[in-house]
Design a protein around this ligand. Sequence first.
Ligand code: CAA
Length: 247
Amino acid sequence: MGARTALVTGGTGGIGSAVCRHLALKGYHVVAVHHPAETELAEAWKAEMTADGFNVETMALDVSSADACRTTLVQLLAERGSIDVLVNCAGITRDKTFKRMEDEHWYDVINVNLNSVYNVTQPLWDAMLEKGFGRVVNISSVNGQRGQFGQANYSAAKAGMHGFTMALAQEGAAKGVTVNTVSPGYVSTAMTEAIREDVRNAIISGIPMGRMGSTDEIADAVTFLVADESGYITGANLPVNGGLYMS
Ligand code: CAA
């Protein structure tokens, strides 16, 4: 068996980059998807990864566009034969109290965080079933499990991701295709750096472990779930949140 191919959306972002590094270290052939507007940044990212010894490719794709995803991913599949691992990690925040939330705050977050999961998974799904092997991991959030003040849009999208996981897990179960969710808590990335400092400090003081998570801690959970040995785990929601929410 040749190296498995892994596609990581949001692959050049905070958590996505760590996922790419961990999977490359395990021998996966990694394709990191980035937004077409960030091609220059992605080139720099790739150069850095290459310099660090990680063998990764980049691919520009607007994951919020169903048409773009279908065209690009059907072609990628034809070139590669199979995409064995898909990590849906693309995500944005547009935090607003609900009374200040405007249409674009809602729709941008639903399109990028939730509709993208449909757009990207759908073109790759049949081939996983036919191959009799596949791993899909959806990166959700603690805030999809417990809600968060100022994140009606984000919490809705992230909760929706796990609903999708549970439904699709049932469709893949008899075919060797597992679908799971990883729900990170607050992780040190540009996304959490953007939270107002006083608010961020208050959040950290409420985390039982008293600190944010690292991107490596999330990538470890993803690497575990996509391993061949994890084939009996499907439809699960694995929290990696320092004790912030327990269910
Ligand atoms: N619960 C109850 N009340 C709260 C509250 C909370 N959690 N947070 C704030 N409030 C209250 C405030 O005390 C304040 O009350 P008063 O008007 O009586 O003083 C009022 O609500 C307004 O609060 P802010 O001053 O914070 O309002 P704002 O408009 O300046 O900011 C906000 C709103 C941008 C949503 C800000 O509250 C915020 O950034 N909150 C954090 C959101 C968050 O956790 N985002 C996570 C981003 S990272 C991520 O999403 C990754 C992941 O998966 C975890």
